[in-house]
Write a protein that binds this ligand. Structure first.
Ligand code: ICE
Length: 472
């Protein structure tokens, strides 16, 4: 990128680090680096330095908000004080089909811990709650129990309660020990949840649908703003049978039958690579990473998926690409002239900071910095080749660091989350929320790209910005 060199990026990083006390500086330094284009060049998945404002979530968030919450035909209990359940209710925009209370249970269930539950234990209350949930919603296929911090701190045995209640109520009750304090971010919550799905769901029940050679599962798509519906329609258009979706708009029976598919297709590697590895080892199911953001990556991914199947699917892939190419080109023709050369700085969770790069590039934009809240080394390895060399890569960045970077690299758009949004908008910078799609979506697949392009144009070229005096 013009004006960005390894030296200029390193200089910018050094300047940001200057304000930290020595100990903090030493700890933060390895998490910030210019992109070398080939390797995982920053340290990651480490404990946040105390006192540094982090945007990370907790293990409970990774379990409730990310992995379990989107399964629509189960009741998900936030076990502990009321706040965790309340503040995680509906905020991730994992859309659900079905009828609320009948075939989907997108509601808030909480055991609402009080002082006496902390002192005397909450097991009795949990048992009663499970009975009430089953009584009120007899059509729920199962119940997950997602522990908040105090449950682990006081040593309640939710596993024993779940086991007993499952028997008495004749319904799967799945205990998930995802107390918020575990690990260093929401990432461990993903892992713990993957493990409980492995232990309590996969292969536990019959699923009455004949098997076909085109059975696949869509892994790591959470139906944010309808993403699953767009991706599923596209995979079906090339002739595949999407037997299960993990976990966006997910159904217990289908998820349980995933060990019978022929291929696992994984979008969000960070949150679900564990499950793909388990199914590969245990059931011999191969898996393939793919990317449905923007026509270039979609095309590449469709061809790679086609390679795993017979000529019928390969031909379908080419037909589908030929059908959508002109439609996507029309979108590009409309928006690219308005966005060409505009600079984007990205900061999201564990996948999108690399997966969305191609979509911006399809619109002629340049990504001038990217980073993750909680990615691991294998994510950064996959990020380097996607990003222009020498651009800044940041791990578990603080608001201060992001603000300083923005002052230096002067992006035309910041693509991050609600915690960042108003900081940058008040600086006079266009902003899009890349967790929730800013209440828009879908962004996945061919259905998603025209919406993405429109939203980005709307943000960058809004006349509002000419009315605000930016401090830089
Ligand atoms: Fe995966 Mo916000 Fe999803 Fe990713 Fe994950 Fe989270 Fe969503 Fe973000 C998610 S599962 S909730 S694609 S935890 S937007 S890693 S941080 S980039």
């Amino acid at each position: 990128v013009e004006g960005i060199t390894k030296e200029s990026t390193q200089e910018m990083i050094d300047k940001v680090l200057e304000v930290y006390p020595e100990k903090g500086r030493k700890k933060r330094a390895p998490h910030l680096a210019p992109n070398d284009g080939v390797s995982s060049c920053v340290k990651s998945n480490r404990k946040t330095v105390p006192g540094v404002m982090s945007a990370r979530g907790c293990a409970y968030a990774g379990a409730k908000g990310v992995v379990w919450g989107p399964i629509r035909d189960m009741v998900h209990i936030s076990h502990g004080p009321v706040g965790c359940g309340w503040y995680s209710w509906g905020t991730r925009r994992n859309l659900m089909s079905g009828i609320n209370g009948v075939t989907n249970f997108g509601m808030q269930f909480t055991s609402d811990f009080q002082e006496k539950d902390i002192v005397y234990g909450g097991d009795k209350k949990l048992k009663q709650l499970l009975e009430e949930a089953k009584g009120l919603f007899p059509l729920a296929k199962g119940i997950s129990v997602l522990s908040e911090c105090p449950v682990g701190l006081i040593g309640d045995d939710i596993n024993a309660v779940a086991k007993q209640s499952a028997k008495e109520l004749d319904i799967p009750v799945i205990p998930c020990n995802c107390e918020g304090f575990r690990g260093v971010s929401q990432s461990l919550g993903h892992h713990i949840s993957n493990d409980t799905i492995r232990d309590f769901i996969i292969g536990t029940r019959e699923f009455a649908e004949p098997e076909s050679p085109y059975d696949i599962a869509l892994i790591g798509d959470y139906n944010i703003g309808g993403d699953v519906w767009s991706a599923k329609a596209l995979l079906e258009e090339i002739g595949l049978n999407v037997k299960a979706t993990w976990t966006g708009d997910g159904e217990l029976d289908r998820i349980a039958a995933t060990h019978t598919v022929k291929l696992n297709l994984i979008h969000c590697y960070r949150s679900m690579n564990y499950m793909c590895r388990v199914m590969e080892e245990k059931y011999g199911i191969p898996w393939l990473e793919f990317n449905f953001f923007g026509p270039s990556k979609i095309k590449e991914s469709l061809r790679a998926i086609g390679e795993r199947f017979d000529d019928r699917i390969k031909e379908n892939v080419e037909k589908v690409i030929a059908k959508y190419d002109p439609i996507m080109q029309a979108v590009i023709d409309e928006y690219r002239p308005r966005l060409e050369g505009k600079k984007v700085m990205i900061y999201v969770g564990g996948l999108r900071p690399r997966h969305t790069v191609g979509a911006y590039e399809d619109l002629g934009m340049v990504v001038v910095g990217t980073g993750y809240e909680f990615a691991h080394g294998d994510d950064y390895e996959r990020t380097s080749p996607e990003m222009p060399v020498d651009t800044v890569i940041f791990d578990d960045a603080s608001e201060f660091e992001l603000e300083k970077f923005a002052h230096q690299i002067k992006p035309d758009l910041v693509a991050s989350g609600i915690k960042e949004k108003y900081v940058f908008q008040k600086m006079g910078l266009p902003f899009r929320q890349m967790h929730s799609w800013d209440y828009s979506g879908p962004y996945h697949g061919y259905q998603g790209f025209p919406i993405f392009a429109r939203d980005i144009d709307m943000a960058v070229n809004s006349p509002t910005w000419s009315l605000i005096k930016s401090p830089f």
